[in-house]
Design a protein around this ligand. Structure first.
Ligand code: CAA
Length: 388
């Protein structure tokens, strides 16, 4: 019996800000963003969207297919937590009408926690193959204005159904990990934007890749050339290019620059126009690979490198299942991305500065999202979510 990803779906806001506009305002060469960091647009959440509404939107197509009673556990990965106590997934459980016997938990370790959730979900399914676990990763990446991080903001959520004999990707049991107490990126409880030591974070990312890969090699015995494509954590797409060149060099791979690029290029399409979605970003990259790679991936083994600042990293692998193309949500994803609306600089600032109500008064939020769920109000310190 194999265990892995049976279905995958993602969601991002209907609004984006083009980095060409940011470059114009900053009097910077737009190529710094389009080429230098490999990002073109960044998703901007509407005032009535947050990690809960994005998560429910991402998961809805999966639940519509399998039915709300099919899910035994919902694991919610985020670093944009909305409550220190209550798991954001409990709101999603209600919005999706999941069974009261379904357990819900929230997980955190920066951008890595979706991978922890995925691995734990696989373990739960291996223990009882009749179970299906819903893993959701949802985040809004926010940095201070006029900092190098500003161009790497974004938002998105991804939902994956983990099951026995999956129809998309069979996850191999061997993993390689690297954990180290570092301060490369963090967000204290009292801040809404992340703090980051940008250049240092990219160095730690590459160091963690090396260490996690070495650990994976020992655990799995697999070689670099046994993997056809590679999905990396994508804070910005250029980071994956640097990482993959680094890994190919470490392994003395007999590939030219174009072949190295080809092993990651199809994973980058969506993130380039959505921006960083922290926990969701690598799995939106997987969607991009499955949906945009012209080659039939059936039977091919993919390498995954998940990185969460602070830091915890993991390298693992999985094989694509024959017939996977029949189980994707390609058209829905493409339509969602094509129908997004571009924001001008003032509109971007307005969304960026939209108040995060903390006074306990009653605040109704304008209906702006085009998604199927919205945050309708914040009243008496309670968030009120409704279907649209
Ligand atoms: N045309 C083409 N390329 C240009 C250019 C131009 N006109 N101008 C500059 N560039 C290139 C630079 O040469 C550079 O390329 P290299 O990295 O290959 O040298 C690239 O564009 C970026 O330029 P800078 O290094 O000057 O950029 P910066 O210092 O202003 O910002 C950053 C880069 C530090 C990564 C910043 O985007 C940042 O802080 N981002 C947030 C942190 C982050 O994402 N870290 C990633 C690892 S941590 C992680 O992965 C977790 C997470 O999700 C946050």
């Amino acid at each position: 019996m194999s265990v892995g990803i049976d279905e995958i779906s993602f969601y991002t806001s209907s609004y984006y800000f083009d980095l060409r506009t940011l470059a114009e305002v900053q009097n910077t060469d737009p190529e710094k963003y389009y080429v230098g960091i490999g990002q073109e647009k960044m998703g901007m959440a509407a005032p009535d969207e947050d990690v809960v509404t994005m998560a429910a939107n991402a998961a809805l197509p999966l639940i519509e297919r399998v039915g709300p009673d099919a899910v035994s556990t919902l694991m919610f990965a985020t670093e944009t937590g909305i409550d220190q106590s209550k798991a954001a997934g409990v709101y999603v459980h209600r919005l999706l009408g999941l069974n009261p016997n379904c357990r819900v938990v929230e997980m955190k370790q920066a951008c890595y926690s979706a991978t922890a959730a995925l691995q734990m979900a696989c373990a739960l399914v291996a223990r009882d193959p009749s179970r299906k676990v819903l893993v959701i990763a949802s985040d809004i990446a926010r940095y201070d204005l006029d900092t190098p991080g500003e161009a790497t903001q974004g938002c998105g959520a991804v939902a994956m159904l983990i099951s026995a004999n999956p129809r998309l990707v069979e996850i191999d049991p061997e993993v390689g990990n690297h954990t180290e107490d570092v301060m490369d990126f963090w967000r204290p409880n009292y801040r809404t934007t992340a703090l980051v030591d940008g250049k240092y974070s990219t160095k730690i990312y590459l160091k963690s890749l090396k260490r996690a890969w070495e650990n994976f090699r020992v655990a799995s015995g697999r070689r670099f050339d046994e993997l056809s494509y590679f999905c990396y954590h994508l804070p910005f797409t250029r980071m994956a290019q640097k990482a993959h060149q680094h890994l190919a060099k470490l392994n003395k791979a007999s590939l030219n620059a174009e072949q190295i690029e080809d092993q990651i290029a199809p994973t980058l399409n969506y993130n380039r126009i959505i921006g960083n979605s922290y926990t969701a970003s690598m799995y939106i990259g997987l969607c991009s690979l499955l949906e945009n790679c012209r080659e039939d991936l059936a039977g091919q083994r993919i390498g995954f490198f998940s990185y969460g600042s602070g830091c915890v990293a993991e390298f693992y692998s999985g094989s694509v299942v024959a017939g996977y193309r029949d189980c994707l949500h390609v058209q829905r994803h493409r339509d969602m991305l094509e129908q997004r609306e571009s924001l001008g600089y003032e509109e971007y600032l307005k969304l960026y500065h939209y108040p995060d109500f903390r006074d306990g008064e009653e605040h109704e939020l304008p209906h702006v999202t085009r998604g199927r769920f919205r945050l309708a109000a914040i009243s008496h310190h309670k968030r009120e979510y409704v279907p649209c």
